[in-house]
Design a protein around this ligand. Structure first.
Ligand SMILES: Cc1ncc(COP(=O)(O)O)c(C=O)c1O
Length: 401
């Protein structure tokens, strides 16, 4: 039985919102760690974390505390002036990036990618001339929904309706070194890659591929950009997914988990690249405000002090092993892949969306990235016993298929 509040939300949304989402019929009102509660008080286990955003879990007390304090003190001034927490966050991010670098703060992953594209083209023009503007990205990648980020995205289904896209993007099959070598010509200013593809269905780059991309960019004078919007910030274990590969980018985008649910994004660039920009070249009204920056600093503190990267590795391995065992028992899982707590499985039949819906009925949030791929992105506080609960429910559901 649907509550009155949920029915009301469904009716209003159906009448007034752009029909761009197929929302599930549930109204969440509260969260705590791995758990969400609907308006009837029913408890759910969250294996989506707002699509890789709430890495600390819901309603983390340290983030709530600094946000409450800052909201009562000062919310918005603009980027025309200095405010508290912004410079500390800029320093913190550059130190995590680990080399002489500069950061641009923004509000989302799409904006971070958009800024990275602008920087790459400005740099290409300055370093190598007007004809150097092409960006090579991967097939099946996802980089966002604005025109630049959408043009970089390697999924034609998301693009077709909105043509013409921005010119100057080439897409190559992931993990195919020869195809990358062929694509990176004189007119290429950057290679843009997710070290672990997320929206495309959780496909990690191979170490050889990222190493070859780095070598090729060095040899041909192009920038290497890693989009770590989804795989960054301890999601896969290390602070950035690329650290496990030992390959460093020139530019990196972050967002999602940066402020544990408040809208925050960032683009880091090695300082000789960022230094080509001057005041007025890029900007944002909201970005870098004191509330979001305070939340981001508290988020980074907690992710580090609670050692959640280590838990992501441990719990992620446990989850992947459990999914493989489930696959052997049911014969319905053909592939398990990922890194840390970013795990994807391909099902033997195109029932991923039905499985996610059935899991929601049993009060577990799961996400299907396509008809046959399930994605697991729990908060990094996820425990083995919560994974055991998930596996019990999944075994039951797969049994019904
Ligand atoms: C790798 C990657 N880049 C960019 C984006 C876009 O981020 P946002 O939805 O915050 O604009 C996403 C979102 O899923 C993503 O996974």
């Amino acid at each position: 039985m649907m509550s009155d509040a949920l029915q009301h939300a469904l009716d209003l949304d159906a009448q007034y919102a752009w029909p761009t989402y197929a929302r599930k019929p549930v109204l969440f009102v509260r969260g705590s760690g791995m758990r969400l509660y609907d308006d009837d008080g029913a408890e759910y286990l969250d294996f989506v974390s707002g699509i890789g955003v709430v890495n600390l879990g819901h309603a983390h007390p340290a983030v709530a505390r600094v946000v409450r304090t800052q909201v009562e003190r000062l919310v918005h001034v603009s980027n025309l002036y200095h405010v508290e927490h912004r410079a500390e966050l800029e320093e913190r991010l550059c130190r995590l990036f680990g080399k002489p670098s500069r950061v641009f703060l923004c509000n989302s992953g799409t904006e971070a990618v958009e800024a990275a594209i602008k920087l790459a083209r400005a740099w290409g023009r300055q370093a190598r001339g007007d004809g150097c503007y092409r960006i090579v990205a991967a097939e099946r990648s996802f980089h966002g929904r604005t025109y630049g980020a959408l043009s970089a995205t390697g999924q034609s289904a998301k693009q077709q309706k909105f043509a013409p896209l921005l010119p100057g993007f080439t897409h190559v099959p992931l993990n195919d070194v020869a195809a990358l070598e062929e694509a990176v010509g004189e007119d290429v200013c950057a290679v843009l890659l997710e070290p672990v593809q997320g929206e495309g269905g959780v496909y990690p780059c191979t170490p050889e591929y990222l190493r070859a991309a780095r070598a090729l960019c060095d040899e041909r004078g192009a920038l290497l950009i890693f989009d770590e919007v989804q795989c960054g910030l301890w999601r896969t274990g290390p602070v950035f997914a690329h650290r496990a590969y030992g390959v460093e980018p020139d530019v990196m985008t972050l967002a999602k988990a940066l402020a544990n649910g408040l809208p925050a994004g960032a683009v880091l660039a090695r300082d000789h690249v960022a230094d080509i920009l001057k005041p007025g070249d890029h900007g944002s009204t909201f970005a870098g405000g004191p509330v979001v920056c305070a939340a981001a600093l508290a988020t980074l503190d907690a992710l580090e002090s609670e050692h959640l990267g280590e838990n992501a590795e441990r719990a992620g391995a446990y989850l992947a092993d459990a999914l493989r065992a489930l696959g052997e028992r049911t014969g319905l899982v053909t592939d398990v892949r990922g890194r840390g707590l970013m795990v994807g499985v391909t099902l033997a039949r195109p029932v991923a969306r039905q499985v996610a819906d059935a899991a929601l009925e049993r009060r577990i949030l799961l996400n299907a990235t396509s008809d046959d791929v399930l994605r697991f992105l729990p908060p990094l506080v996820c425990t083995e016993s919560e994974i055991d609960t998930l596996m019990g429910v999944l075994e039951h559901i797969l049994g019904e298929f």
